[in-house]
Ligand binder design. Structure first.
Ligand SMILES: [Zn+2]
Length: 167
């Protein structure tokens, strides 16, 4: 099987380890460096930016079989404790997110997304108020109203709004 590795110098490893805080209650090793928009830690090494879970896996296990993702057993995106991680496919990833309610697409129906867009653009409710109403994290509402999540629904909604305004 083909594998992927990340070339790490001693300095890289030290830099990575210096950004970890151990939570003694959960056993999670929380990465406290930079995170991306979805809350996943990323670290820049040798001109590339890597997900910190992949770096942790490579430090412990040497490499990652090609095509596999490093996923969380604990529901904590910032955790890099390899005891809390496992290798899986994109399908496993989606299934886990649905099970844990972390996939914003899985939680909502198309009509709810249309309702969110209507609340935001027509009724001018704030993204925070909508997040509270739907019990969804604020960041996900921001993604929806910018058309990053549910793009096809967003485009459909925008077409209808423009059409209504032209009448
Ligand atoms: Zn953990």
């Amino acid at each position: 099987m083909k594998t992927r590795t990340i070339l790490l110098s001693r300095k890289d490893v030290d830099r990575f380890l210096s950004k970890i805080e151990v939570d003694s209650k959960t056993g999670c090793h929380n990465f406290v460096g930079g995170v991306d928009l979805l809350g996943y830690g990323r670290l820049r090494l040798n001109q590339s930016t890597y997900l910190v879970t992949r770096i942790a896996w490579v430090i412990t296990n040497g490499s990652i079989p090609e095509g596999l993702l490093v996923l969380h057993k604990c529901d904590n995106p910032s955790c890099v404790n390899t005891d809390h991680l496992y290798l899986g496919t994109q399908q496993d990833n989606m299934r886990d997110k649905v099970l844990r309610g972390r996939n914003p697409r899985a939680k909502l129906t198309e009509s709810q997304v249309l309702d969110i867009l209507d609340l935001y653009y027509v009724q001018e409710l704030s993204a925070r108020a909508i997040a509270r109403k739907y019990n969804i994290v604020y960041g996900n509402i921001r993604y929806i109203v910018r058309g990053k999540y549910w793009k096809h629904v967003f485009e459909k909604f925008m077409e209808e709004v423009i059409w209504q305004e032209e009448r």
